[in-house]
Design a protein. Structure first.
Ligand code: B12
Length: 589
């Protein structure tokens, strides 16, 4: 598809939109009310921002250490803030920054939060409550999720500043996350640009953080486009607004060579303010003992990369129970201590590493990323988008989406029939294909043939941003001769029911991960009833829910309740076969 296919009228359909200059000015005015409050970490370091500390430590060869916390219960979060620091310090290990997991309901404007669905993270109303937590130990607060990129961006940025954060994100989420029931992307963009104005007006150096894996990276099939996203976001935030950016990557970077190459490529394109290299959480597939091997595997690469190419990033030792549930305090401490010991071991073994292959890949990534960024800006300008206006740029990129951007402007070779060949393939896509092959080979031939004969149409969808489960089910079903109707990512129950009716589907296969399985299932059944549809609903993923009226920190399993409602609970992807065969037995053969 040539770039000329992109037209302003198709992307920005409104006749009138806010101008970034006005929104940035609104944000600047708010700075008189919402200023930055220093935190114990900066006091201890004698610095005015985390950025300053990052530069100092990079020069000394010291690597920061990051832990992610944020229990639903604020008192527990406060306890964790102090206890993790103290228990590690007692062993001579420093934890330097905490990433706070705000709840997704915090993404809505403050006035709306009470009536919106809740997820698994922490919920705050008052800045003082938050500041009490961040004062509990000299650790730099990092506000990553559900701040920038959401309709509640201005209120949440003010909260983060009052709690002493000098790294605030998460711009990556702006491009891909959808809050349930919220489709007003103009309001989201307006809040985000205004919040960027508030950040730009602070008299200390605030970093705008973006987690690439939350944003476009998980959707691009080419890692060169993923690196290109860094250049594009930098151009918008630094180039047009004057604020420094800080990029995080790692969840999906499971290939050691490309993980190391990406680190070098970031260094080569001038990253000095990296927030953290996220743990390769997709490699946590087994028991804690097995996950320790994965932890060592990715940390070793990250330590090696940061020693060679210091970018300011912290390492992030993710607790080994992360694939089972939200990790508890002691598990966070264990992972931190493990990482400190591993750092010593990596240092001793450095003579063994030869990163030539990574260096070669990194050079290709940098060239591809620059090509991608230039093509995106040229293409947007040709389509009539004002590339000097941050509001128009952000909204256009969000609406075009990763897949189309890559198809139009990616640096990979264009193919006649297939998508572009990536310069460097993303490991996510490769792993899904491999995983699908393994599952298919384990399905018995009689069941597969039986399913294929039924000529089913199955709607697949997700309740939240996690889409790998759905992608896997889509692939499996297509390979088994089932027609897949794409119900989308982060969709609301009424949308699923309406589409199932319109597309005359035989069943729904739902993937859910955000601790809302039960409430979502109830709403979906209600919507199906409204549409007078009696369809089997298969459900998989993380089948748990945070009890609504409780302040409990961890979601509870709701598998039995889902079965009680009549849903077909699927533990593994291949359960889709038995589930569909059983549920569609009478009416489809
Ligand atoms: C990758 C990932 C992400 C990626 C998702 C990228 C993407 N585009 O998909 C990113 C980084 C964006 C992300 C974000 C978040 N994540 Co996340 N994420 C994960 C992770 C590491 C892997 C999940 C995954 O994709 N697995 C791959 C699939 C293929 O395998 P699987 O999950 O084991 O599924 C199997 C079965 O369940 C089954 N299956 C799944 N669905 C279906 C459906 C049907 C019909 C059938 C038959 C079978 C089936 O098939 C699979 C193979 O057998 C998990 C932790 C982990 N290691 O599992 C956390 C995890 C799911 N995330 C979690 C959380 C909390 C979040 C955030 C809220 C964090 C935050 N504060 O921002 C946000 C979500 C925000 C939002 N708006 O929704 C929690 C969920 C907590 C819970 N409910 O218990 C987890 C468990 C991590 C944790 N312990 O805290 N995440």
């Amino acid at each position: 598809m040539p770039p000329r296919d992109l037209l302003r009228a198709e992307i920005l359909t409104e006749t009138e939109l806010p101008r970034a200059t006005d929104l940035l000015e609104d944000g600047r005015k708010l700075a008189a009310l919402h200023g930055f409050q220093a935190n114990p970490f900066l006091a201890e370091q004698g610095a005015s921002s985390e950025r300053e500390v990052k530069h100092r430590w990079s020069a000394e060869g010291r690597i920061m250490r990051h832990a992610q916390i944020g229990f639903r219960d604020p008192a527990k979060t406060q306890r964790a803030w102090a206890e993790i620091y103290e228990r590690c310090a007692a062993k001579g290990v420093a934890v330097d920054r905490y990433g706070i997991c705000l709840d997704w309901s915090m993404g809505y404007p403050a006035a709306e939060r009470g009536k919106r669905p809740r997820g698994t993270g922490i919920i705050f109303e008052e800045a003082e409550d938050l500041a009490k937590i961040t004062a509990a130990a000299p650790v730099a607060p990092h506000f990553g999720d559900f701040v920038l990129g959401f309709p509640g961006a201005v209120e949440n940025t003010a909260l983060a500043l009052a709690a002493g954060a000098t790294t605030i994100g998460n711009l990556g989420q702006y491009f891909t996350f959808r809050l349930p029931g919220w489709d007003n992307d103009v309001a989201t963009t307006r809040a985000t640009v205004t919040a960027l104005g508030l950040i730009a007006a602070q008299d200390t150096d605030i970093l705008v953080h973006s987690n690439l894996d939350d944003g476009f990276a998980a959707h691009f099939s080419d890692l060169a486009c993923c690196l290109g996203a860094v250049l594009i976001e930098r151009q918008i935030v630094k180039g047009l607004i004057g604020v420094n950016t800080s990029h995080c990557y790692g969840h999906h970077f499971s290939n050691p060579v490309t993980r190391l190459a990406f680190q070098k490529a970031l260094y080569d394109i001038g990253e000095t303010d990296g927030s953290m290299i996220y743990g390769n959480t997709t490699s946590y597939l087994g028991s804690p003992a097995e996950n320790y091997a994965s932890l060592a595997g990715y940390l070793r690469i990250d330590i090696e990369g940061l020693k060679r190419w210091p970018t300011g990033h912290a390492i992030n030792p993710v607790p080994v129970t992360e694939n089972e549930r939200i990790p508890d305090i002691a598990e966070v401490v264990d992972a931190q201590l493990f990482s400190a010991r591993l750092e010593e071991i990596v240092e001793q073994a450095r003579c063994l590493t030869t990163p030539e292959e990574a260096a070669e890949i990194s050079a290709q990534l940098v060239t591809g990323a620059r090509q991608f960024k230039d093509a995106v800006f040229k293409g947007l300008a040709a389509a009539g988008i004002d590339t000097g206006d941050a509001f128009e740029l952000l909204l256009s990129l969000k609406r075009i989406g990763a897949r189309r951007l890559e198809a139009l402007f990616g640096p990979g070779q264009i193919e006649e029939t297939a998508p572009r060949t990536p310069v460097i393939a993303s490991p996510v896509i490769e792993e899904l294909a491999e995983n699908c092959g393994i599952i298919l080979s384990g399905i018995d031939k009689v069941s597969a043939a039986n399913l294929s004969r039924r000529r089913l149409r199955v709607l697949t969808a997700t309740t939240d941003v996690h889409e790998h489960g759905k992608q896997l089910i889509d692939r499996l079903l297509r390979n088994l001769g089932v027609e897949v109707v794409d119900g989308g990512i982060s969709v609301d129950p009424h949308q699923i029911a309406a589409l199932a009716l319109e597309e005359d589907c035989n069943a729904i296969a739902l993937s859910t991960y955000n601790g809302v399985a039960l409430s979502y299932a109830r709403d979906l059944l209600k919507e199906l009833k409204t549409q007078k549809l009696d369809l089997p609903v298969l459900i998989g993923g993380r089948l748990n829910q945070i009890p609504d009226q409780s302040n409990s920190s961890l979601p509870v399993d709701v598998t039995a309740k889902l079965s009680g409602l009549g849903l077909i609970v699927c533990e593994k992807a291949d359960d889709v076969v038995g589930g569909l065969l059983e549920a569609t037995d009478s009416n489809s053969t």
